[in-house]
Design a binder for this molecule. Structure first.
Ligand code: ZN
Length: 181
């Protein structure tokens, strides 16, 4: 009597989990927190090009002057598609924050604990969400000053985040509104 042969089943990984290149994230596309950035992928490629130069920018409607966040290809207020790119202030204050101590999103497990929050930019009527670096999570405070910084993720894409400014140092000058309001 022949013995039954057990053939191991090879599990195939889903195509979207295959890394796109060296250093590329291996999380499924829908769980990739970083957007498509190239000119052939988005009409907002100028936003990422500016981030590569260390500048955080957004769009302003040429017709009614509305300042958008996130940047837009069309003004959501008047539907004008002529928009200008403007630099945003480089500093702000923490409006609210949360520390991620467990249950981090896929691909971010090694970064726990980390802080995310909402930041009111100094001199611009915009409240931005982002990672907050620079302080242990238990030392982060509402109202704390942060500065904007840009950084490159493992696969070469760029993004922005905030970094706390030391409270004991001299208070950094608040940039004037420069016509954002
Ligand atoms: Zn408009």
């Amino acid at each position: 009597m022949a013995e039954a042969t057990v053939v191991p089943v090879k599990k195939k990984r889903p195509a979207e989990a295959e890394p796109a290149g060296p250093g590329a994230p291996t999380v499924p596309f829908l769980l990739d927190f970083y957007p498509l950035e190239r000119e052939d992928q988005t009409r907002l490629a100028a936003f990422y090009a500016a981030l590569r130069e260390g500048r955080l920018t957004t769009t302003r409607c040429r017709r009614d002057g509305a300042l958008h966040w996130p940047p837009r290809t069309v003004c959501p207020k008047c539907h004008e598609d002529a928009v200008d790119w403007v630099d945003l202030p480089t500093q702000g204050r923490i409006y609210a924050f949360s520390a991620v101590l467990a249950g981090a999103p896929l691909g971010m497990e090694a970064e726990v604990p980390f802080v995310v929050g909402l930041v009111d930019l100094d001199g611009a009527p915009l409240r931005l969400f982002g990672r907050i670096e620079g302080s242990a999570w238990a030392e982060v405070r509402i109202g704390q000053t942060v500065r904007v910084e840009t950084y490159t993720i493992a696969d070469g894409r760029v993004f922005y985040r905030f970094r706390t400014v030391r409270a004991e140092g001299p208070a950094a000058a608040v940039r004037p509104s420069e016509g954002y309001l």
